[in-house]
Design a protein around this ligand. Structure first.
Ligand code: FUB
Length: 327
């Protein structure tokens, strides 16, 4: 049986969970961490993932199942390494897996693969999505049918390296170039109907404070770092993300899926391990946050395990902050 706040599976390391409900069952699309004794650095070189396995639960009371290999880097012609945090969406009768990985030049791109089944195997497109870069795709299928992908991550995720309009391998990534500058935000684009390309030019989302002023790069407790997620609650768009260096999961809200988003607060305090990455899903009338930590590996950053817990809102729509180690 899957218990909240315990690793969903223990036979492998899993991270970056994107949870969805399809046909009344829970499906979790995680990264698959590989144990090794290599380097651990600001470039994320320790995250050497090579494939994806989809996890599923018939209900919250049921055992969490590993559905086996869903996609391997060996099957994707454009990928050289590091298949990082994925997401999935059900559109036009098919399941689509969105994933980031390094291309043959070592540049992170976004790819897509599709399947008749939520658990795969997924058949990848031969090339990455044209115009895509950076990491951590998260996909919203909006109520009007529009499919919007949010993505981007600092440091190893290379978002800073695209600010001139093309990839600049020498752009500094740590710390961000100018702490007084407006912080970078996640990128976002509408997908084409066949899910194979961007239908709109990607734009960077703006995240502002309570006075409408864009968050600054130096505001590390609140500014965007990586791991975007978008969900809707009572008609509002909730953009949640990791603050990276300060290890929080925070959120901002808007009346539009393209923002601007107003910072609202903290969803989760830091977990054990450097990265924190989450998704939020409604299931049988309650809300849950899926996340990872390194408790099972005694704090080894690239040996993470996916967990979940309930997420609660106040009457005014704000989210109650979760301490991952206190009930
Ligand atoms: O899993 C590799 C990277 O670590 C993800 O892309 C980030 O969000 C962070 O969790």
């Amino acid at each position: 049986m899957s218990e909240p706040r315990k690793p969903l599976v223990r036979h492998m390391f899993t991270a970056d969970p994107s949870a969805h409900v399809f046909d009344d069952k829970l499906y979790i699309y995680p990264s698959h961490d590989i144990p090794h004794d290599g380097m651990d650095n600001d470039n994320g070189d320790e995250y050497q993932m090579r494939d994806y396995h989809v996890l599923s639960m018939d209900s919250l009371e049921a055992e969490c199942k590993d559905n086996g290999l869903a996609l391997s880097e060996d099957d994707v012609p454009w990928v050289s390494s590091q298949m990082w945090a994925p997401d999935a969406a059900y559109v036009n009768g098919k399941y689509h897996l969105f994933f980031p990985a390094r291309d043959k030049d070592g540049i992170f791109r976004l790819g897509v693969a599709s399947s008749e089944s939520p658990t795969g195997p997924f058949i990848p497109e031969k090339d990455y999505i044209k115009g895509s870069y950076s990491i951590d795709p998260a996909v919203l299928v909006d109520d009007d049918g529009k499919v919007i992908v949010y993505y981007g991550g600092l440091w190893g995720g290379q978002l800073e390296k695209w600010q001139s309009g093309s990839f600049d391998p020498d752009a500094p990534f740590s710390p961000e170039p100018d702490p007084e500058a407006d912080a970078l935000g996640p990128m976002c684009a509408v997908m084409s109907d066949d899910m194979k390309s961007f239908a709109t030019e990607p734009v960077m989302l703006s995240i502002v404070d309570e006075n409408g002023v864009p968050l600054k790069a130096k505001d590390e407790d609140r500014r965007y770092f990586e791991g975007p997620w978008m969900h809707k609650y009572n008609g509002k768009y909730y953009l949640s993300y990791s603050t990276g260096t300060t290890h929080y999961i925070v959120y901002a809200t808007s009346d539009s899926p393209m923002g601007p988003f107003t910072y609202r607060g903290r969803i989760m305090e830091p977990v054990i391990g450097w990265t924190t990455h989450h998704s939020i899903v409604e299931y049988h009338g309650k809300w849950y946050i899926f996340y990872h930590d390194c408790e099972m590996s005694d704090g080894i950053n690239h040996r993470r395990s996916v967990k979940y817990t309930e997420l609660k809102y106040n009457d005014d729509g704000t989210i109650i902050t979760i301490d991952p180690y206190k009930q």
